[in-house]
Design a protein around this ligand. Structure first.
Ligand code: MG
Length: 336
């Protein structure tokens, strides 16, 4: 049997305002010369040409890939590896948003991200929109039937691939617009961000096999069509086990006091989505309320019914937000 193992290194590039995902595959013999660099849990460091990813100038373009999270992969390659990017001198690269999240987010912080997105045709139109704009919204959310749903097979493949990789997807559903979907991704500490990025990577890659694209822009279709968000549910130990109305209100107030800073961390073009319509609060306003889907932060009925022990749902993050920035903002604000 071959001792060659294959690792798909995944990282975030230097594109703005949001990074894109990049990857390359390393095949390595654990018995061979690489062994000295291996520890038990992680494959070796690697490097790439940062001048091709807007992470370096051409003259001195090496950037370093530092594996931080490894996932089993039932198909090829053997493992998926989430990486941080360092500059050639081993300093933290400006594109590396993970470091700030890892500094503040211990595993007592739990996150449930509700990732919404559209599948797209090669011309960029949403899947199912080949013959022009479909019937108005109404039949598509959690719908069934060929005239109501587009892309289910890919969504189901993606769910299974994530579960096989040990990424804790807790559900999927067809969304309000035709071709729009959601999945929910649960994780603890900074790994919640790693898992969300890797789940996106798998979504793009699996859809690629079908010749289908993925669009995570918060408002891909103007007009009376829902945008895409990434509601961020979160809690810490105190919220789950020693909560009170005062605690939850004070947390909402703290986040409200830095609303603009939050919006800056919650994805670009979010003003096109946070309009006060389609179950959103206006981007210029901050509010919170029990069971209020028109608020910036919703206090779930679950939390109130459990004697104020539970979680909060920040409804502001856009679908294209960097989960590391969300984690850094929420935990950073609430632990100050
Ligand atoms: Mg949704």
């Amino acid at each position: 049997m071959s001792d060659i193992k294959t690792y798909e290194y995944v990282w975030l590039d230097g594109f703005k305002p949001e990074p894109s995902l990049r990857s390359k595959v390393k095949a390595t013999d654990l018995r061979g010369t690489d062994k000295g660099e291996m520890n038990d849990s992680m494959p070796p460091k690697w490097s790439f040409d940062g001048s091709s990813t807007q992470q370096a100038e051409g003259g001195s373009s090496d950037c370093l890939l530092i594996p931080v999270q490894k996932y089993d992969n039932p198909t090829n390659p053997d493992h998926l590896v989430m990486c941080e990017v360092l500059a050639a001198d081993s300093s933290v690269h400006p594109s590396n948003t993970r470091v700030a999240a890892a500094e503040v987010a211990t595993d007592e912080w739990w996150f449930g991200f509700e990732q919404e997105y559209f599948f797209t045709n090669p011309d960029g139109s949403p899947l199912g929109w080949e013959d022009g704009e479909p019937r108005a919204q109404g039949d598509y959310y959690c719908g069934v039937g060929a005239d109501n749903v587009a892309g289910r097979e890919i969504s189901e493949m993606h769910l299974q691939a994530c579960l096989d990789a040990g990424i804790n997807l807790t559900g999927t559903n067809a969304e309000v617009a035709l071709g729009q979907w959601e999945y929910q991704c649960f994780g603890k500490g900074v790994k919640a961000g790693d898992d969300l990025w890797m789940s996106r990577y798998l979504l793009y890659k699996i859809a690629e096999e079908y010749g289908v694209g993925v669009n995570i822009h918060p408002k891909p279709k103007k007009g009376d069509w829902n945008g895409s968000g990434m509601h961020a549910n979160f809690s810490n130990e105190e919220m789950r086990t020693a909560g009170s109305k005062e605690l939850f209100h004070s947390m909402c107030d703290k986040l409200g006091a830095v609303h603009e800073e939050g919006i800056a961390s919650y994805g670009s073009d979010n003003d096109q989505r946070l309009t006060g319509l389609h179950e959103t609060q206006k981007i210029t306003e901050f509010s919170y309320g029990v069971s209020d889907r028109g608020a910036s932060i919703r206090i779930p009925v679950y939390t109130v019914e459990h004697d104020w022990n539970g979680y909060l749902e920040d409804r502001r993050p856009a679908s294209n937000a960097d989960p590391y920035k969300i984690i850094a903002h929420i935990v950073g604000t609430l632990t100050k």
